[in-house]
Ligand binder design. Structure first.
Ligand code: NAD
Ligand code: IPM
Ligand code: MN
Length: 358
């Protein structure tokens, strides 16, 4: 079978980690008899440099012509924070998510067996294991509300970002979370700030309705500040965690670190129709870009999610995950997960070793 994949390599370490993930896909193709064909799609800071805007015309159409999208990362200090949205790399990321209808962002944070010693939590906490699925709402909330900036008479300049959620938006992400929980340990924790925010009170109302419908799934509400604390106190209590866009952004970086490094955590952004978009949760890491230091595992595991969710190739996905675990079990570490004084390998070497074990 032939699968068409759009590649948005992006900025900073994006092209480096996507390069390794593509080698992994090619190895999977060779081993299992599939062909993957790639279309490069320009987006992000590199697009500002080449064509003057971060989200060139036809970007969404080019992605829609493919079966799935793989994205590295966009952004970096070079493009600062222009007042013109077209000149901000991050605008493109929000646009592609919206235009492809990718309202559900699945971010699985699991402590891989070989990396127990990379977990920064107390040993007895790490020993209980971490295996949670963060389900982040991705196309609503404060990210997409009206933005304003205006001069006041007596308080200087003022800025505002509107946060809004509709019942429909909450219900569809909630359903995703409950459906996923049924395939896992049947627990959903819904994270909100219902003691303060009206959007959260509506969120909770809709989630409670779903909890009654999915009565076989254990359900709890957790306030976001408490959730941030519980993640480091006892992450083993969580199975599926569902939350709105910005809370999910923040909590998933936290969740990644307790499993060892942000360089490990993959994600799948999906909607009701293809293509899905797969991306590591980390950014363009300008501090290490171009130095062969980035950990490619988050992007390689994103490819495993692509194989599983978009192409329904479960054995192939597992082969990639097992190759990652095998290389880690043999003691190979990129700098972000190496212990002090331990020798680290580079991006290319990590990619090569993982390919070799598929
Ligand atoms: P970042 O995730 O790029 O980096 C945070 C820290 O983690 C840095 O020290 C970096 O070196 C390290 N890191 C990240 N990925 C790593 C990897 N694979 N291996 C080893 N170390 C890794 O976050 P930031 O510095 O806040 O953001 C940099 C730029 O990236 C910003 O412009 C931001 O908007 C953008 N960004 C893009 C995405 C995306 O495209 N999906 C996501 C997050 C941030
Ligand atoms: C992420 C990133 C993006 C987000 C930024 C770059 C817009 O942090 O994918 O987690 O906040 O969604
Ligand atoms: Mn983020």
């Amino acid at each position: 079978m032939n699968y068409k994949i759009a590649l948005i390599r992006g900025d900073g370490i994006g092209p480096e980690v996507v390069g390794e993930a593509v080698k992994v896909l090619d190895k999977v193709g060779e081993k299992f008899g599939h062909t993957f064909t790639y279309t490069d799609v320009l987006m992000g800071g590199c697009a500002i440099d080449q064509v003057g805007k971060s989200y060139p015309d036809g970007t969404a159409e080019a992605c829609k012509a493919c079966d799935a999208v793989l994205l590295g990362a966009v952004g970096g200090p070079k493009w600062g924070h222009s007042t013109d949205p077209e000149k901000r790399p991050e605008t493109a990321l929000l646009s592609i998510r919206k235009d492809l209808g990718l309202y559900a962002n699945l971010r699985p944070a699991a402590l891989r067996p070989a990396l127990a010693d990379a977990c920064p939590l107390k040993k007895e906490t790490a020993d209980k294991g971490i295996d949670l699925m963060m389900v982040r709402e991705l196309t609503g909330g404060i990210y997409f509300g009206q933005k304003e900036r205006y001069q006041t008479e007596d308080r200087g300049e003022e800025a505002a970002d509107r946060m809004a959620y509709s019942e429909k938006e909450i219900e569809r992400i909630g359903r995703r979370a409950f459906e996923l929980a049924r395939l896992r340990r049947k627990k959903v924790a819904s994270v909100d700030k219902a003691n303060v925010l009206e959007t959260s009170r509506l969120w909770r109302q809709v989630m409670h309705r779903l909890a009654e419908e999915y009565s076989d799934v254990e359900y709890e509400d957790v306030l976001v500040d408490n959730a941030a604390m519980q993640l480091v106190r006892n992450p083993s209590q969580f199975d599926v965690v569902v939350t709105e866009n910005m809370f999910g952004d923040i909590l998933s970086d936290e969740a990644s670190m307790i499993t060892g490094s942000i360089g490990l955590l993959p994600s799948a952004s999906i909607g009701d129709t293809a293509p899905g978009l797969y991306e590591p949760i980390h950014g363009s890491a300008p501090d290490i870009a171009g130095q062969d230091k980035a950990n490619p595992i988050a992007t390689i595991l994103s490819v495993a999610m692509m194989l599983r969710y978009s192409f329904h190739l479960a054995d192939e996905a597992q082969a990639v995950e097992q190759a990652v675990d095998a290389v880690l079990a043999e003691g190979y570490r990129t700098a972000d997960i190496a212990k002090a004084g331990e020798k680290a390998i580079g991006t290319l070497e990590m990619g090569r070793l993982i390919c070799q074990r598929i």
